[in-house]
Structure formats: structure tokens, C-alpha cells
Design a protein around this ligand. Structure first.
Ligand SMILES: [Zn+2]
Length: 335
């Protein structure tokens, strides 16, 4: 449990320092000119952040960290980072548009989204949990819901989903790519293949390849950003086509819900504004500017001008005091 938390925290810290290094220095194309006090202050902020993360508090810093991680992840996709032999990192903006993958299409339709459906390996722990019960389950990005308990779980057969748009917004087609299981020894794959061949030859109704809804969150897909949810309700099965050695199952569908990025609700205004205004050019993103109160000496009540001094003192001796009171405390301790 604690190990897991530590690992999480370490991951967060790596993401955090990656964010500082790569967004500000490399991605914005500015040279690193961090002074010693910048570095110390950032280290202090990191400690405070670590404390907040350990306590499970969602402070503004944690909020900014979370959003920064998403921002870095989005931005970094536009750059190719090269690290040379002496460890200097250089970022280059990627040029040009991605080429449409080799996909099946018909007259009057545009390929809008292409995403592969590869098994997501479950973690070792999850694997242990399921041993002796149901065996190790595979997870897939595509989630199908069915009206009736299905004969075939489509997520296990489908290798790729393609969304195509016709001339009107309502005219949407979903293609499911399945391999042709010709030489398989897997009983179920054989049965599935036979079923598709029967459907193609109109020897049976497409009942066993129909579904109610299909849902996925975009991940490395063509035609869309990552982390966008897509859900489609099946209206009608259209037919089976053959393309590039695979069977394509085509459906007429309608969209359900919106495609707002799932990280959208975590957007932090301060970070996004700073990013928009390129505040980070020349000056660092002021992650520490969260303070709403004045720094008041806990001994004499005087206001401490330097936020930086006050925080160092508080971090070091546990209470926030002015320089005068700090001197007195030191004197007393030295006696
Ligand atoms: Zn004082």
C-alpha cells in the first residue's frame, strides 16, 4: 500500500520535473537560465507539493501539477525531442499532417477516426487476483454493450475501429476490422469466422455481430486528440466487406453524448492563462503564487516582506518568524 503510494508519488514528481524542464526550457525554445534561488525555491515547492500529495490534499499546487501533466502530454505530441550524447535536449516542432492510415472506404464518406483495439495488459496484481477464479482477463479499449448476452464478445475479435462521416452530420458509419481466422486452431475464432462468412453469404441474420453501443476513449488514434470519449449507438448492420486481408463489419450508428476531453474538468485557469500569455518566457511559471495571506511573524506579529525568507525559515525551524525573532531564537539556542 505504502509502496504503491510512493511509486505514485515518484511518478508525479518525475512528471513534475519533466514539466519544468521540458515545457519551459525546451518546448518554449528558451535557454535554461535558472538561478540557484530559483532552483531552491522550486525544491521547496516540490517538498510542499509532496506533502500535499501524501496527505491526499487537492491543493492548488496539486491541481496545477495535474493539469500541467496533461498540458505537457498534449504539447509534447507536437514535438520531437532529441537528446544528444552530452545530454542536451532539443525539441523540434513536428511538421505536416498525419497521413490517413490505409483504411476501407466507400464513395461519399470521409474517414474521420481510426483507432486500434489492442489488449491492455492487466497489472501483475490484478493478474494474481483473477488466478483461480476466471483466469487472467484481457482489457480492451473498445467497450461493447449488448441488448442480450452475446455469443461473441466483439472486443476480443475486433482489431480496429474506424469512424466514417457521410454528407450529413447524422450519416455516420462504424467499421469494425476483424482478422480472417483462416488457419486458426482456436475453436471460437473458427466459429466466429464461419458466422461472418454465413452473414456475408446471406445464410444467416447478423444477430450475433450486432451490439447496442460501442464506447472508447481515444488513445493514439488518427483524427482526434487523446483522452476523448466516443460512444455510438448501433442503428443498423450494413454488411461485411473484405479489405486488405481482413473482414470489415459496417454499421450505421448515431453518436451518444459529447466528446469533451476527460481531462477538461481538471483544467487549471492559472496555468492555462500563464501558458496562453507565454508568461513562462523569461520568468518561471509562478507555481508558488498561491499565497493569499501576508507572512506574519508567529512571535511578534510583524509582517515579513520576503516570502522566500519566510518560507525557508518556516521550512527549517517549523515556525514562521521575522528575521529579528529568528536572530533571538538563534541567540537563545546558542547559549
Ligand atoms: Zn518577529
Amino acid at each position: 500500500m505504502f509502496d504503491k503510494l510512493k511509486k505514485k508519488l515518484r511518478g508525479a514528481m518525475v512528471a513534475f520535473s519533466y514539466g519544468l524542464k521540458n515545457t519551459e526550457a525546451d518546448i518554449f525554445g528558451q535557454k535554461t537560465t535558472m538561478s540557484a534561488s530559483n532552483i531552491i525555491e522550486q525544491k521547496m515547492q516540490q517538498n510542499e507539493l509532496a506533502e500535499a500529495l501524501l496527505k491526499g490534499e487537492v491543493t492548488e499546487q496539486v491541481e496545477i501539477l495535474r493539469d500541467r501533466t496533461y498540458l505537457v502530454s498534449d504539447e509534447s505530441k507536437n514535438y520531437k525531442v532529441i537528446i544528444d550524447t552530452v545530454g542536451t535536449t532539443k525539441a523540434f516542432k513536428k511538421m505536416g499532417k498525419k497521413k490517413t492510415p490505409n483504411t476501407f472506404n466507400e464513395e461519399g464518406y470521409d474517414v474521420s477516426i481510426v483507432m486500434d483495439n489492442n489488449a491492455i495488459p492487466s497489472s501483475v496484481l490484478e493478474g494474481f487476483d483473477s488466478i483461480g477464479t476466471y483466469g487472467i482477463k484481457n482489457n480492451y479499449p473498445l467497450k461493447f454493450e449488448y441488448e442480450y448476452s452475446p455469443k461473441f464478445k466483439l472486443d476480443e475479435y475486433v482489431k480496429r475501429i474506424v469512424i466514417r462521416n457521410g454528407s450529413t452530420p447524422e450519416d455516420i458509419r462504424v467499421d469494425l476490422y476483424v482478422p480472417q481466422f483462416r488457419d486458426t486452431y482456436e475453436r471460437l475464432e473458427k466459429i466466429f469466422d464461419n458466422e461472418i462468412n454465413k452473414i456475408r453469404g446471406n445464410k444467416t441474420k447478423p444477430f450475433h455481430v450486432e451490439f447496442d453501443t460501442v464506447y472508447f476513449i481515444s488513445d493514439k488514434a488518427f483524427g482526434t486528440d487523446d483522452l476523448k470519449p466516443y460512444m455510438f449507438k448501433m442503428k443498423k448492420f450494413i454488411g461485411v466487406s473484405e479489405f486488405d486481408g481482413r473482414n470489415i463489419l459496417t454499421y450505421e450508428v448515431e453518436t451518444v453524448g459529447d466528446n469533451e476531453k476527460i481531462t477538461e474538468k481538471y483544467k487549471n485557469k492559472k496555468l492555462r492563462d500563464a501558458y496562453e500569455n507565454k508568461e513562462s518566457r523569461g520568468t518561471k511559471l509562478n507555481l508558488g503564487a498561491v499565497k493569499k495571506d501576508k507572512n506574519i511573524c508567529e512571535k511578534c506579529g510583524a509582517e515579513v516582506e520576503s516570502d522566500y525568507d519566510f518560507r525557508i525559515i518556516k521550512q527549517t525551524i517549523g515556525i514562521g518568524v521575522c528575521n529579528g525573532c529568528l536572530a533571538k531564537i538563534n541567540e537563545k539556542n546558542n547559549k
